[in-house]
Write a protein that binds this ligand. Structure first.
Ligand SMILES: [Zn+2]
Length: 171
């Protein structure tokens, strides 16, 4: 009887290093992408880059076209933040919760065009909210706790490029 070959420690650590390098590379493409020429308009959401920031407004004459960072993340399906809502309460109050999520997004996006919800997905009993930025998850978490109580915690990655917020309420 032959034993299957155990994976060598070398191959394992190689895989891990590769994974981390890949992740850093992806994050850097969002962070370090060159600032667009002014004025630039996003062909997808019509946000305008002017005076050093993305804002909502009329398309300036002769504007360049380039996708904004939020639309880049949406088409890459690469969220900057995740809010996971757990517990029995979520299923029994899903409509109210979704309305609150959308309301928070609208309020945030009005001032900060790059802060958006890219998806709200059901994963088993949980509701997972994916965002294009690291600020909206915190805002959503605070609003959900304020409205429905429950237990909230947030985790930022070491470099602050990714945030994960968890909320839980049973019944
Ligand atoms: Zn856009």
């Amino acid at each position: 009887m032959t034993k299957p070959a155990a994976p060598t420690p070398t191959s394992h650590s190689h895989r891990r290093r590769f994974g981390r390098a890949q992740q850093e590379l992806v994050q850097d493409t969002y962070r370090l992408r060159a600032k667009p020429v002014e004025p630039t308009v996003c062909p997808q959401c019509s946000a305008v880059f002017q005076d050093g920031r993305w804002r909502w407004g009329a398309k300036p004459a002769g504007a360049h076209e380039e996708k904004c960072p939020a639309c880049h993340r949406i088409s890459d399906q690469h969220p900057a933040g995740l809010v996971t809502l757990h517990g029995d309460f979520v299923a029994s109050h899903e409509a109210e919760i979704r309305a609150l999520l959308r309301h928070q997004e609208e309020a945030e996006k009005r001032e900060h065009p790059l802060n958006r919800i890219m998806a709200i997905e059901r994963e088993g009993d949980a509701l997972v909210v994916k965002t294009t930025d690291i600020h909206l998850p915190r805002r959503i978490g605070d609003a959900v706790r304020h409205a429905f109580h429950g237990k909230l915690d947030s985790h930022y990655d070491e470099q602050g490029y990714f945030v994960r917020v968890n909320w839980r309420r049973e019944s």
